[in-house]
Design a protein around this ligand. Structure first.
Ligand SMILES: O=P(O)(O)OC[C@H]1O[C@H](OP(=O)(O)OP(=O)(O)O)[C@H](O)[C@@H]1O
Ligand SMILES: Nc1nc2[nH]cnc2c(=O)[nH]1
Ligand SMILES: [Mg+2]
Length: 168
């Protein structure tokens, strides 16, 4: 993760904000599936995609939900990704047609590139997108610049901050 830093800007997302944005994503996807507008299943890219996928599946009343786990690692200075848990083969079918693959964000696009290769007919949706990975996503809600780090509520806690005038 250190190679992803430093980032000039921080975009802090609250629970309320991610709920609203994931709902907006669901509404945009409503009726866009290949089977009379319907989607067959939602697949979350763990772990960050799980909260948005839960909200999307709830909004669109999709009861078939599975996960895919992609682990990024550095191998001789080249960053690679591999699947360490795949979704059920019966859910994905041949190429993922009718399946909504949901993640919290796309950054470099490496994660989605890998999942897309496996399931080229699935629909890829993220809540947030950065320019470098944007072409890997079919539907997203909000774009942030490449030098922005997105902070999610599950990675944060409320804490005391010094008053402005109290600082050195
Ligand atoms: O477009 P990319 O450059 O591949 O980055 C995007 C991915 O990185 C983050 O997940 P991470 O691998 O950090 O794991 P996590 O979801 O378990 O936090 C994020 O949730 C996306 O899945
Ligand atoms: N939380 C978080 N994880 C990431 N993984 C890749 N980019 C990001 C980001 O901006 N925020
Ligand atoms: Mg992730």
């Amino acid at each position: 993760m250190t190679d992803r830093l430093p980032h000039e800007k921080g975009f802090h997302v609250s629970w309320d904000q991610i709920h609203r944005d994931a709902r907006a994503l669901a509404w945009r996807l409503d009726g866009q599936g290949p089977d009379n507008g319907a989607w067959r299943a939602v697949v979350a890219i763990t772990r960050g995609g799980m909260a948005p996928a839960m909200i999307v599946s709830r909004e669109l009343d999709i009861r078939v939900v599975d996960t895919i786990s992609v682990k990024s690692y550095d191998h001789q200075s080249q960053s690679e990704a591999r699947v360490i848990k795949a979704p059920q083969a019966e859910i994905m079918g041949d190429a993922g047609e009718g399946v909504l693959v949901v993640d919290d964000l796309v950054d470099t696009g490496k994660t989605l590139e890998l999942v897309r290769k496996l399931y080229p007919k699935a629909h890829f949706a993220t809540v947030y997108a950065k320019p470098q990975g944007r072409d890997m996503v079919d539907t997203y809600i909000t774009e942030v610049s490449q030098d922005t780090w997105i902070f999610f509520p599950w990675d944060m806690a409320l804490q005391y901050v010094e008053p402005y005038r109290g600082k050195d």
